[in-house]
Write a protein that binds this ligand. Structure first.
Ligand code: FAD
Length: 338
C-alpha cells in the first residue's frame, strides 16, 4: 500500500501500511509467497532502481505475477555478508555470474532473484560488491531444495554457472552493492515487525484456548497457577512488542528509512516465539511431538510444526548474536565489537 501510485501502490503512509498488515494477520490470512518481492526486492528497487526497472518490476510484484527470492547467503558468507565470493565479470552488455548461494527461501518457485556478487576479485569485504537482478529462468541457474526439520522444502541452494545477466539489471552501480544490500536488510527487519507481533498475539490466544481445553488428571491446565503465570508473562511480552513496533514505525514515518531498532523487534519476536512454542510442548506433553495426520496428533500437529519452524527464527534475517551486536553498536551506541 505504501508504494508510489505510479507503480501500482496507493502512496499510503507507514501507519496505514501497518494497519493493513495487522488486519491481514488478525484475520489469519495466509502469509504471501511474494514476501521477498514485497518486503525486500520492491523497496530496494524503489530506492535504487532506474525508472525503467521500476516500471518493469514493481507492478508485477504487487499483482503476485512474479515471485522473488533473495540470493545473499553463501556457504562461506552468512552473518558475514561481506564475505560473498559469487563472481561476476562484465562481458559487453552483459554480466556473467558464477557461484553458489544457499538458504534462499522460495527460490524453487521464484522468477527473479536479488543477488549480491563480487565484481572486483582484488577487493575484499564491503568494497567491490555488485547487486544484480537475476532472471531465475536463465540458462545456468540450478535450484536444489533443502528440506527443513519441519519437512517443508522452504529454502534452497542456488548454483549459478556462467549465467548471463543483462548489464541493465544492475541495481545501483558496479562496486556499490553493499550500500544497496543494506537497504534490503533494513527492510527485511523493519517492515515485517508489526505483522509478526499480531501473529504472536494470535498464537498466544491459541495457546490460552489450549490451556483452557487441556485437562490432566481431572485438572484444567489453565487452573494451574504456574501456567497462568507463564501465559500472563507472554501476554506482557506481546504488548511490549506492539509498542516497540509502533516506535520503530514512527521513526520510519519521520525519516523514510527503516532504522536499526527493527533489530530489537526481530530479536525479541524470534526468541519469544521459541519460548512460547516450547511452553506449548510442556503443556501438551509428548503428544505435541506427533506428526500431523496421525490419530494421536494434537490439532493436526500444529504445535509440533510451530515448535520446529521457530528454531530457524533466531537464524533467518540476522542471528540473535548479530542482532545483539547491531543493537549494542547502533541503538545503544556502545563501542564496536571488532
Ligand atoms: C528459515 C531461513 C530462511 C532463510 N532465507 C534466506 C534467504 O531467503 N536468502 C538468504 O540469502 N539467506 C537466507 N537465510 C540465511 C540466513 O540469512 C543465514 O543463515 C544467517 O545470516 C546466518 O548465516 P550462517 O547460517 O552462514 O551462519 P554463520 O554466519 O556462520 O553463523 C554461525 C554462528 O556464529 C554466530 N556469529 C556469526 N558472526 C558473529 C559475530 N560477529 N558475533 C557473534 N556471533 C557471530 C552466529 O550468530 C551463529 O550462531 C535463511 C535462513 C533461515 C534459517
Amino acid at each position: 500500500m505504501s508504494w508510489p501510485k505510479e507503480y501500482g501502490g496507493r502512496a499510503a503512509n507507514p501507519f496505514e501500511q501497518v494497519i493493513y498488515l495487522s488486519e491481514l494477520a488478525r484475520v489469519r490470512a495466509p502469509e504471501t509467497v511474494g514476501v521477498i518481492g514485497l518486503n525486500m526486492a520492491g523497496p530496494t528497487i524503489i530506492v535504487h532502481g532506474t525508472e525503467e526497472q521500476k516500471n518493469r518490476y514493481l507492478s508485477k510484484i504487487l499483482s503476485g505475477e512474479e515471485i522473488w527470492c533473495q540470493g545473499f547467503s553463501e556457504p562461506g558468507a552468512g552473518s558475514d555478508l561481506a564475505g560473498v565470493t559469487t563472481r561476476v565479470i562484465r562481458d559487453g552488455d552483459e554480466y556473467v555470474v558464477t557461484g553458489q548461494k544457499v538458504w534462499s527461501s522460495h527460490a524453487q518457485v521464484a522468477d527473479y532473484c536479488i543477488l549480491v556478487t563480487r565484481s572486483d576479485p582484488q577487493s575484499s569485504r564491503h568494497a567491490g560488491l555488485t547487486y544484480l537482478i537475476v532472471d531465475m529462468h536463465s540458462p545456468g541457474v540450478e535450484v536444489r531444495p533443502i528440506v527443513q526439520i519441519t519437512g517443508d522444502p522452504e529454502f534452497n541452494e542456488i548454483f549459478l554457472d556462467e549465467v548471463r545477466v543483462p548489464a541493465s539489471n544492475i541495481l545501483g552501480s558496479e562496486g556499490d552493492g553493499w550500500r544497496v544490500a543494506m537497504t534490503t536488510l533494513m527492510h527485511e527487519r523493519g517492515t515485517l515487525g508489526v505483522a509478526l507481533q499480531v501473529r504472536s498475539q494470535l498464537i498466544l490466544e491459541d495457546l490460552v484456548k489450549l490451556a483452557q481445553n487441556t485437562t490432566v488428571n481431572g485438572e484444567r491446565m489453565i487452573d494451574r497457577a504456574a501456567v497462568r503465570d507463564a501465559l500472563a508473562g507472554f501476554d506482557i511480552e506481546v504488548e511490549a512488542m506492539r509498542l516497540t513496533g509502533y516506535r520503530s514505525i514512527s521513526n520510519f514515518a519521520r525519516t523514510g528509512v527503516p532504522g536499526p531498532e527493527g533489530s530489537v523487534l526481530k530479536l525479541h519476536w524470534s526468541e519469544f516465539n521459541q519460548r512460547l512454542t516450547e511452553f506449548a510442548w510442556e503443556l501438551l506433553g509428548p503428544y505435541s511431538q506427533v506428526d500431523g495426520g496421525s490419530a494421536h496428533s494434537i490439532q493436526d500437529g500444529k504445535w509440533q510444526y510451530e515448535f520446529l519452524r521457530s528454531r530457524g527464527n533466531t537464524i533467518e534475517a540476522g542471528t540473535s548474536e548479530v542482532l545483539r551486536n547491531i543493537i549494542a553498536e547502533r541503538v545503544l551506541g556502545l563501542p564496536r565489537s571488532r
